[in-house]
Design a protein around this ligand. Structure first.
Ligand code: PLP
Length: 376
């Protein structure tokens, strides 16, 4: 069995049809398709506003700016994530105040947040919390909401990985002052590149619209710029792809859930790894399928064995605080966030996409199982 991709988009004739529809009009940017995509995205998250942007990272940057966070401020976040959830703070001179994660879901640990708010030497600078729904599993938003209420903080949801997930029936993307979805080709749905800012606040939405569009004011006069802005717009072509994907959302998420079930069924009894943990009253929309190798298992050996059988894998995620430019700039060192570091050295993403067949999943699991004998 060859050519098992780590991830793959799921594109049909409906996507091609809607993109062609845009190409048959003269409006390639700032038109009806973006508006349609925004309405659909807002409805998935149960939000009043959705502002389409050119990437999830751009969306996070816009939120940090729109909330008025800047130099001298700190925002609590986690070092076990894709780097964009911290970089968006650095863009505005905000310091990421890292706290450690829960060992099972890899999400921000609310107890660590409370400790930081009470005892961290920089606690007086803390202005907000930016939490990520890692691999699609909702963070503990009920506790985070209570904490920001008590301390008068801003709350940002990085739901780049959790489109379609729910916590206590509430959709991801609905938590905090503002949230994002992201649409890179490996996410649950794709626009090629793209993202969306989600909020219930009229002011934040208006600011996000201005920032993505070169700082233009609400009048939208083309050459009147009322603030420093960016070109973070999403084109009509990208939005068309997104509309078609959101029309198929239930189908896409259903296929992913099926692949995840096949994996977990086979992997739950393997002695040297733990399949993804799901707990609490949550529905997980699967972004990736990440297993955790047990202590003492050599990840490189596992990866090499699988690669030799044509199975690509990836260590997801390396710890952000140990990336050299973070370590140098903020003085982080190994041992600062032990739960993150242990997870970062033991987690592994397996091939996972909508159209993976049961046979392909079994093939990957067979190779893992044959490792059991070697690894014990
Ligand atoms: C993918 C992702 C992003 C960024 O999305 P892009 O569209 O690639 O810029 C941000 N945060 C997390 C946690 C992600 O997984």
């Amino acid at each position: 069995m060859t050519n098992l991709p780590l991830a793959a988009p799921d594109i049909t004739d409906r996507e091609r049809e809607l993109v062609m529809q845009v190409l048959n009009t003269p409006i390639l940017s700032g038109g009806p398709m973006v508006q349609r995509f925004e309405e659909m995205a807002a409805s998935v998250a149960g939000r009043k506003h959705a502002v389409a942007v050119s990437s999830g990272t751009a969306g996070l940057h816009v939120i940090v700016r729109a909330l008025g966070l800047g130099a001298g401020d700190s925002v609590i976040t986690t070092p076990y994530s894709f780097i964009a959830s911290s970089n968006c703070l650095l863009y505005e001179g905000v310091d990421p105040l890292f706290v450690d994660i829960e060992p099972d879901t890899f999400n921000i640990d609310p107890d660590q947040v409370e400790l930081a708010l009470d005892f961290h030497p920089k606690r007086h600078r803390i202005k907000g919390i930016l939490a990520v729904d890692i691999f699609g599993h909702p963070a503990r938003w009920d506790r985070l909401e209570a904490i920001v209420q008590e301390h008068g903080l801003r709350l940002i949801e990085d739901s780049a990985e959790s489109l379609g997930s729910r916590l206590d029936g509430r959709p991801c993307g609905a938590f905090g002052d503002a949230a994002i979805f992201a649409f890179y080709p490996n996410k649950q749905i794709t626009t090629g590149e793209g993202g969306v800012v989600l909020t219930d606040s009229d002011d934040l939405a208006e600011m996000a619209r201005s920032l993505r569009n070169q700082g233009r004011g609400p009048s939208n006069e083309w050459l009147e710029h009322v603030r420093l802005g960016y070109n973070y717009r999403l084109s009509e072509l990208h939005a068309a792809l997104g509309v078609a994907q959101l029309e198929r959302l239930a189908e896409l998420l259903g296929k992913r859930a099926q692949v995840a079930r096949w994996y977990t069924q086979r992997l739950k009894d393997l002695p040297f790894l733990t399949p993804p943990t799901v707990y609490g009253n949550v529905d997980v929309s699967w972004f990736v399928y990440v297993v955790r190798l047990k202590d003492g298992i050599d990840r490189r050996l596992v990866m090499q064995h699988l690669q030799a059988k044509g199975i690509p894998t990836r260590p997801y995620f390396p710890a952000i605080h140990l990336m050299p430019f973070y370590a140098e700039r903020f003085g982080f060192k190994a041992g600062d966030f032990p739960v993150t570091e242990a997870a970062a050295s033991a987690t592994l993403a397996l091939p996972f996409h909508n159209n993976m067949t049961e046979d392909q999943v079994h093939y990957v699991c067979d190779q893992l199982q044959s490792l059991s004998e070697t690894l014990g």
